[in-house]
Design a protein around this ligand. Structure first.
Ligand SMILES: [Zn+2]
Length: 116
């Protein structure tokens, strides 16, 4: 009998807020932006100034004016790839374990650490 623990498959746990990513699919393909938010449960990311959608905003007592506002819509996390800030190439994230046991993310292309 297996335990009732459900194994959560995290396919893309490595993309984080403030990472630079490139869009690989859809109408925004080729665009590069900074990750504003990661939703690992829904496997979605919001990227600054990418996949903008127009939304109607109602005028209310809090907002001075109504009308149309532009807002980032989430993208599927599998449709984006991290861009290395060292070699500026879209890359996969590798993992390196330091002597003190801590793990860091490294670029699989140039081998440089992805986090400062
Ligand atoms: Zn690199």
């Amino acid at each position: 009998m297996k335990s009732g623990v459900v194994e959560v498959r995290k396919k893309h746990p490595k993309i984080r807020k403030d990472d630079k990513v490139i869009v690989l699919a859809g109408k925004e393909r080729g665009k590069i932006g900074t990750v504003l938010k990661v939703d690992p449960e829904k496997e979605r990311v919001i990227i600054e100034k990418v996949n903008m959608v127009k939304k109607h905003a109602k005028a209310s007592t809090k907002t001075a004016q109504g009308g149309i506002i532009e807002k980032e819509a989430p993208l599927n996390i599998s449709d984006v790839m991290i861009v290395c800030n060292k070699c500026a190439e879209p890359t996969r994230i590798g993992k390196r374990i330091l002597e003190d046991g801590s793990k860091i993310r490294v670029c699989k292309k140039c081998g440089e650490p992805m986090d400062d």
